[in-house]
Design a protein around this ligand. Structure first.
Ligand code: IPM
Ligand code: MG
Length: 359
């Protein structure tokens, strides 16, 4: 497998370094991976003036999978939109056709009390947010700024989904629900938005082909409330690009740490880009304290979905659970007063746990 590695900005390079150590350890065990690194986001803007240089996109296109760190930082906040680090990420998602975004939110038993909710509300939570990633108001045209007749500036964006865009992500949703507890909740705003009315119609229509999956619909405002009221009612949540962006950040907090959650963005052939769901955390960048586990767990998803290597994916996930139950904690998941380890120590502990699996 050829893996394009895009560390990005902030803590990106530090956490990706640990994920690469895990891949190297697997390579020693016979997993065939090659890695090549390229810049994206602010780092790419610094080097070339473009947050997604043509050479980076070419490397990603030629690879079997992409492993990314994170993009963005305060230094780039005043750049025009087209030059911002986030555009590098949005453009690579679009260019690679990565319309399926899987964002699992799993509560590890060791960390149930790190959640901002009461442990009994989240213990055992295993939720999959499925977010459409290449449509919606993120990409809809027209968009921009114009001047009104009275001279005042106005900003505008367009929310839209075609039936075929909804249909293909809905099929993915039902297929995933089939492999889990056969419950799919589609989230929209069909009481207000035409886009959502069509969304609901098409999802319902696709659902007819999956009579074994129980389909429900929920308005996004209610879904946001239900996620903090009784999150375990959900199994798979299917939603559009913007609602999914918001709900997946909310869901991450249920698990106690955004530093633990991986994500996969897939095209129609399971080629994918894998990244932690957290951002570049400029406040702790360069300090060696960031939690590398979300990125390491992204490697597990990479091997599972793009590499078809369930064995290695399982091994990584078991190794991560092992280090957590051994008591290793980076600062983001430590209780007050608990001793903490840095990124490199956490990465090394996962590599050591992988090695111990042989005995
Ligand atoms: C995410 C991020 C991105 C998004 C940003 C960085 C463009 O928030 O992956 O959730 O909005 O999709
Ligand atoms: Mg987001």
């Amino acid at each position: 497998m050829k893996i394009a590695v895009l560390p990005g900005d902030g803590i990106g390079p530090e956490i990706v370094e640990q994920a690469m150590q895990v891949l190297l350890a697997l390579r020693t065990d016979g997993v065939r991976v090659e890695m090549e690194t390229a810049p994206i986001g602010g780092a790419a803007h610094d080097a070339t003036g473009d947050p997604l240089p043509a050479s980076t996109l070419a490397l990603a296109e030629a690879a079997d999978a992409v492993l990314m760190g994170a993009v963005g930082g305060p230094k780039y906040d005043t750049l025009p939109r087209a030059e911002r680090p986030e555009q590098g990420l949005l453009r690579i998602r679009k260019a690679l056709g990565l319309f399926t975004n899987l964002r699992p939110a799993i509560v590890y038993p060791e960390l149930a009390d790190a959640s901002s909710l009461k442990p009994e509300l989240v213990a055992g939570l295993d939720l999959m947010i499925l977010r459409e990633l290449t449509g919606d108001i993120y990409f809809g045209q027209p968009r921009g700024r114009r001047t009104l007749d009275n001279g005042e500036p106005e900003g505008f964006d367009t929310m839209k989904y075609s039936a075929s865009e909804i249909r293909r992500i809905a099929h993915v949703g039902f297929a995933i629900a089939r492999k889990r507890s056969r419950r799919l909740c589609s989230v929209d705003k069909a009481n207000v938005l035409d886009t959502s009315i069509l969304w609901r119609e098409v999802v319902t229509e696709v659902g007819a082909a999956y009579p074994d999956v129980e389909l429900s619909h929920m308005y996004v405002d209610n879904a946001a409330m239900q996620l903090v009221r009784a999150p375990k009612q959900f199994d798979v949540m299917l939603t559009g690009n913007m609602f999914g962006d918001i709900l997946s950040d909310e869901a991450s907090m249920l698990t106690g740490s955004i530093g633990l959650l991986p994500s996969a963005s897939l095209d129609a052939n399971n080629k994918g880009l894998y990244e932690p769901i957290h951002g570049s955390a400029p406040d702790i960048a360069g300090k060696g304290v960031a939690n590398p586990l979300a990125t390491i767990l992204s490697v597990a998803m990479l091997l599972r979905y793009s590499g078809n290597d369930e064995t290695s994916a399982d091994r990584i996930e078991r190794a991560v659970r092992q280090v957590l139950s051994d008591g290793l904690r980076t600062a983001d998941i430590a209780r007050p007063g608990e001793s903490t380890v840095g990124s490199a120590q956490m990465g090394a502990a996962v590599v050591a746990a992988l090695a111990r699996q042989h005995r």
